[in-house]
Structure formats: C-alpha cells, structure tokens
Design a protein around this ligand. Structure first.
Ligand SMILES: [Zn+2]
Length: 233
C-alpha cells in the first residue's frame, strides 16, 4: 500500500470530524499531502465513516490522476488539489458542512473576530468567497470552487487564516497536516457558533480590538510565539 502512514493519518483526521460531531452520514472529507512526492491521500466518495479503512483512502497526484486505491475519490478532490497548488505551506485540507460555519457561508457573511478564541486561530475575520457564476457552476465546478477560494486569498495569508466560507456552500479549512486541518475545522465550528450567539445577544457587537487580536494570534504563531511548551528539536 502506497503512503501507508499518510493514509492512516488521513483516515484518523476524517474520523476526528465524526468524533467531534461535525459530519452527518457521508458528508465531509479530509485529505493530506506528501509534499516530497506530491501525492495526495483523500477519503473515498460516499463510503460511510464507520466502514473506512486505510486501504480505501485514495491516492492521487496533484493533477488528479489516481495513483493508488480501488475506489473513486471524494468528488471535492479538485478543490483540495487547487488549494495544495496555490497554498504551498499547507499539508492537509478539511471540508465539512458543520452547522454554524455553514450557516455563515449561507448568509454570505464573513465571521468577525469577536473574541480571543477566534484570534488564537484566525488572524482576522474568516472570509467568504464570491458567488460562482452560472458558467462556472456549469463547468468544472469543484475546480472552480478551489479557484474562488484562492481568489479570496489574493490579499490574505492562508497560513494566518486557515479557513474560508464558500458562499452558499460550506467551509474549507486547512493546516500543516490532515489532523491540523481537521482540528481547525472543529475550532472554526466552535468560533462560528459563538459568533452567532454573540450577534444574537447584541446585534451591535464589535470586533475584538486589534491590539488584543494581535496579542493572542502572535503569542501562538510566528517567530516570537511563546504559548505552550517548547518543541523538542
Ligand atoms: Zn460540500
């Protein structure tokens, strides 16, 4: 079996979505990439999570050619591949239709940063894409979904904001690995739920002050981060 470890990591990241209550039935998919070979491992299409095995995880190259695996990949594979091609530092992508994040996507509203929980993970509002045009939807829909995400990040740093809301659809999240992407999907849902509650309590709630936003994001990320334990070399 090609890329056994990556497949096991991708399987576990997919199951993490189930453990955290982010997916129903066969909704959602997580992939991971081995950057040295350019191979991507992704959940197969339409297989129930409780039946998934590492052997069923499909391996493709960055052009979408299936390299290993007997099942069809998730139909969202072209979206994942577009993100891997344009965001060079990411190692995993997670897509869910989790309730609150999807609600913001359907409302076509970016998720404002109302608090430090959000600021710890996302350096600014979680953006929402433009709507796809009729011809884009009729064409290579999943690929164009990825292109719309990349366009949304033309002036944003995908390493600092590891999530997006696809208008009328749902979130895509990413991270350094498949498990990191799934983790960000879980956090995004939590942040989206709290943001929804925040605006329902006070429709005039204000975004977090920039200096507090900076403090929280930068103490966890970047050169001068000091949150948590020192990683052994
Ligand atoms: Zn979807």
């Amino acid at each position: 079996m090609l890329l056994k470890t990556l497949r096991e990591q991708v399987l576990d990241a997919n199951l993490e979505l189930v453990r955290r209550g982010l997916v129903l039935y066969t909704f959602g998919n997580v992939s991971g990439i081995d950057r040295s070979s350019g191979m991507v491992a992704i959940k197969p299409s339409g297989v129930p999570y409780d039946e998934l095995t590492p052997e069923q995880i499909v391996v493709s190259d960055l052009s979408g050619k299936i390299v290993d695996g007997g099942l069809r990949p998730s139909s969202d594979l072209p979206t994942h591949l577009e993100l891997y091609r344009y965001f060079p530092n990411i190692g995993g992508v997670a897509h869910t239709h989790s309730e609150y994040a999807t609600s913001w996507a359907q409302a076509e509203r970016p998720i404002p940063c109302f608090g430090t929980t959000h600021a710890d993970y996302f350096y600014g509002p979680v953006p929402v894409t433009a709507r796809l045009t009729a011809s884009e939807i009729a064409g290579d829909y999943e690929l164009v979904t990825g292109t719309a995400i990349c366009r949304t990040f033309a002036d944003l740093d995908p390493d600092a904001i590891p999530a997006v809301l696809v208008a009328g659809h749902a979130p895509f999240c990413w991270g350094a690995s498949a498990s990191d992407a799934a983790h960000n999907a879980v956090i995004l849902e939590y942040v989206a739920r709290m943001a929804c509650h925040t605006v329902s309590i006070n429709t005039e709630s204000r975004p977090l002050a920039p200096e507090l936003h900076d403090k929280h994001f930068l103490r966890k990320h970047g050169r001068n981060a000091y949150y948590g334990q020192v990683k052994s070399q």
